[in-house]
Design a protein around this ligand. Sequence first.
Ligand code: HEC
Length: 187
Amino acid sequence: MKVLLIFLSVLIGCLGLSAYTMSRFPTTPCWCWSRDQGMVVTTVPHPRWNEYASYGSYGTEADWNDPQRIIPLDYHQAQGKRIFYQQCVWCHADTTPAGPSNRSNVTPAPPLMNDGAVFNGMSDASLQQAIALGGRALGKSAMMPPYGKSLTQDDIRNLIAYMRVIAVPAYGKPSVKGHRNRKGKTS
Ligand code: HEC
């Protein structure tokens, strides 16, 4: 009898508490996807760019020059991003997740990895070669290390896909032959 009494009072307490919390939300809270992704129906406002950008993609990267613009990445680009932040960020970006980069100490200064003015004019094949063989083999600065032994051809292709998608000014041509996204377009 005593147990039943305790049970009932806890039950009523919980119901009362949840009724109270629900009444405090103007709209029913909902863990739904946003409208344009087909799942419907929420009046909860959210910014145009936020984590929803990653729905249907494998991750995002903020535009280096305009952090408000969030770039969704496909699988290959996301793999490239991962490798970039392991291997290249120290020389080819001004800031790293660990703080300032080494870029300002390197002569000649390595181009920023999103620098479309430098990379858009280079073909995938020549980027592949530059990354695999390094600067010295191409008669450029030996400060650019060769990655042909430590990264696979696919790693390097993924890196290039990442460079293409973050490029400013934007890269116009299909970047990586044979890499296709869900819609069947070359990415
Ligand atoms: C130790 C510093 C350093 C690291 C790490 C580094 N680079 Fe470089 N990179 C350079 C320098 C310096 C140059 C400029 C070479 C020149 O123009 O003489 C360069 C140039 C380049 C170029 C242009 C080559 C050309 O032909 O103009 C590409 C592409 C490139 N790097 C890609 C990468 C990628 C991808 C990674 C990571 C896998 C990487 N780099 C890691 C220093 C670095």
